[in-house]
Write a protein that binds this ligand. Sequence first.
Ligand SMILES: [Mn+2]
Length: 275
Amino acid sequence: MNDQGLKIVIHGITDVGQSREHNEDAISWDTRLGLALLADGMGGHNAGEVASILAVDSIKTSLADVVTPEIVASGVVDYQEAVVDAVGFANREINEQSLENPEYAGMGTTLVLVLFLNHSVIYAHVGDSRIYRLRNSKLQRLTSDHSLVQEMIDNGYLSHEEARESTSRNLITRALGISEEVDVDIAMEDTEIGDIYLLCSDGLTDLVSDQEIGDVIMHNRDDLDMVSRTLVDLANQKGGNDNISVVLAAVYKAYSDGRDDDESATLEIDMGETD
Ligand SMILES: [Mn+2]
């Protein structure tokens, strides 16, 4: 929600990839709310799809009730709390359905979301879907995977390179729907004009490096449709062994698309904190 001369442009694609029968990823956004969401579901049959769609729809519906111009202007709502509540509510809905329907037993989903509020953005995640931010020429990973290999990296047992090759890299340590409570990582930061946020599933990051992701965004930063298609194409060219999803959200001035680029700038990569 922006009333201060900023415009949030959002674009995304979800793709089944080259080897899966179903697409269990779900993406959704609402430009008016300044909200973008991505979920990567898991579970037998179609349960993963059910979980991921339920997550994005439920959270979007919950937040639409509180992200109105009047309520934002009133300053009475703590939006980080509102996001945690919305994710918690979605978690319980998925968990209840998984307990009620045998075919949905054990279903769960990752989640990443960004919510833009005037000059700041709230971002939240559960699982191994990621959020990156390109600011000027620097790509920064804003999330730390809730996964076994990330824990091993944090504890010094595995390098980033070894983690990329690990056969257990898809084992996640947190997900929505698998128990009554969920622990959400949430943060807030100021935005700058020209920032581009990328939400993506592991179908992208397992195959496409941070360097490649940064290069694609840098070179097409005024065309989010092109960025989305190029990233998905790259993952498919490298095998596309999982569903691939990307959502890009850019902060522009209300009266202009894009920004003046420094074409000569070189990309820097920040892998994020490994705390
Ligand atoms: Mn996946």
